[in-house]
Design a protein around this ligand. Structure first.
Ligand code: HAX
Length: 441
């Protein structure tokens, strides 16, 4: 058993009695009440999911296992000379709640590198996509094609005990996470740089550095990759991608089905695709301005024009957060250090000065502050990834760390098949007193 798996095993056996006790002794205690506005409004704020992997405070932002993002970035071990930590170390933290030692991360890196071998048919699936396909659709299909590799399915058919579900889920999850960056880089090169042909990973490199290598990018893109994957990894369980992964896995579908579904949920413009929308929107602004940097009034006009057209300002607002997203701030600090004079970065910064006040005046968005997506595309653009359709693939690679860690723990703690109850509009009207007659449908 690998060091991480052994540690995880201990943690699972420590944790299980807590969950069992809560259900047995306190199962009838009330956690939350549900309002009509929440039932109709996308279940906002209803406390109905459990995860110990991350928690999103509306005013503070995300914590992974109790650590803020700056703490995660400072405390996880780093490759020699790197500014950002090993992504492999984040997986250890998410799964166990502990910051790994340098040796523990190196062992995990070796384990990941041994799991990188990708069957030929995956490349064939990717190659068979017609030009013009969205990279997220290709990624989803490539992950789906790997489903035949699932250890969970084989053992399930043999009659595995429920107590052991987490074990092959861990194996499947770690296998997939190790492969995802290679699949992502292959999709990028196939779509945008077919002249490069098929690149092979460098076995001496950690996940972030190898991704940079396969994307054909020099330093500090290795650090950009590490930072990007780490800050996108998890945002508690209710967001569309995390929730979709959890929901699909709750029927005991294996992690390939669950991850492909997670990717599909992430591909919506209100969620992960917002990072490409930001770039598209910024490019529109730059085109309108020609070679001239906009004045504050011109920026305001552009923002108002977008709103008056009935569109949202991409990269602003959030379903839970009520302040500037710390994931935005982490990336902004990186930009300030490495690319303070980048044109797009200047636009993003200038917009930060005008958008929140406009959204407040507009009066709809509950959170007028920027989210992660306002900043992330700009970084990629600066380092030459100008094909913004690709940005959500990077988000998906990062998000798989959190979603899959959650699914492993879901299985370890025996979380139930998800099955909330739905009601009809008539029933709600009866409940609130609009309709008096007996309503059954
Ligand atoms: N621009 C304009 N209007 C906005 C807005 C924005 N950035 N954010 C919210 N609103 C509007 C909503 O569309 C909604 O309008 P209606 O009442 O007409 O439907 C109203 O304000 C209330 O919305 P809310 O309660 O503040 O926000 P929601 O929880 O409904 O939605 C969203 C959260 C992130 C989807 C929303 O803020 C949005 O559309 N933002 C722009 C897209 C974006 O940046 N998405 C990425 C979010 C981060 C993420 O998940 N990344 O993956």
């Amino acid at each position: 058993m690998s060091g991480l798996k052994e540690k995880l095993y201990e943690k699972i056996y420590e944790h299980r009695p807590r969950t069992t006790r809560l259900v047995k002794e306190f199962g009838e205690n009330v956690v939350d009440q549900v309002k009509v506005s929440q039932v109709i409004g996308g279940m906002r704020g209803i406390k109905s999911l459990v995860t110990d992997i991350s928690y999103l405070d509306p005013l503070e932002g995300i914590r992974y296992r109790g650590f803020t993002l700056p703490e995660v970035l400072n405390q996880l071990p780093k490759p020699k000379g790197a500014e950002m930590p090993y992504v492999e170390g984040l997986y250890y933290l998410l799964l166990t709640g502990e910051i790994p030692t340098h040796d523990e991360v190196i062992n995990l890196m070796i384990d990941f590198n041994n799991r990188r071998i990708i069957p030929r048919y995956v490349w064939d699936v990717i190659d068979s996509f017609p030009s013009g396909s969205h990279p997220m659709a290709i990624l989803s299909a490539a992950v789906m094609s790997l489903e035949r590799e699932s250890h969970f399915n084989v053992l399930y058919k043999q009659g595995m005990s429920k107590m052991d579900y987490w074990d092959p889920t861990y194996e499947d999850a770690t296998n997939l996470i190790a492969k995802m960056p290679l699949i992502g880089a292959y999709i990028y090169n196939k779509l945008y740089h077919p002249e490069k042909g098929h690149l092979y990973p460098d076995p001496t490199l950690d996940l972030g550095a190898n991704f940079a290598y396969m994307m054909g990018k020099d330093k500090p893109y290795d650090d950009v990759s590490r930072m990007y994957f780490i800050i996108h990894a998890d945002h508690e369980s209710g967001n569309v991608s995390a929730h979709t992964g959890h929901l699909v896995a709750s029927s005991l579908s294996d992690i390939y089905y669950a991850t492909s579904a997670m990717i599909n949920g992430l591909a919506g413009p209100l969620h992960g695709l917002a990072n490409q929308e930001v770039l598209r929107w910024l490019q529109g602004l730059m085109k309108q301005m020609g070679n001239k940097f906009p004045t504050k009034d011109e920026l305001k006009d552009y923002v108002w024009d977008t709103l008056n057209n009935g569109q949202v300002i991409p990269g602003y607002g959030h379903a839970v957060l009520r302040k500037t997203d710390p994931r935005y701030t982490v990336q902004r600090e990186f930009c300030l250090k490495h690319m303070p004079n980048d044109d797009l970065f200047k636009y993003v910064d200038a917009l930060y000065d005008v958008v929140p006040d406009i959204l407040k005046e507009h009066g709809k968005a509950k959170n007028p502050w920027p989210n992660v997506d306002a900043q992330s595309g700009v970084l990629q653009w600066h380092y030459g990834i100008t094909q913004y359709d690709f940005y959500t693939v990077l988000f998906a690679i990062g998000r798989s760390f959190g979603v899959l860690s959650n699914i492993i723990w879901d299985r370890a703690l025996g979380y139930a098949l998800e099955r909330p109850k739905s009601i009809t509009t008539n029933m709600i009207e009866k409940m609130v007193g609009i309709k008096k007659d007996l309503v059954t449908t």
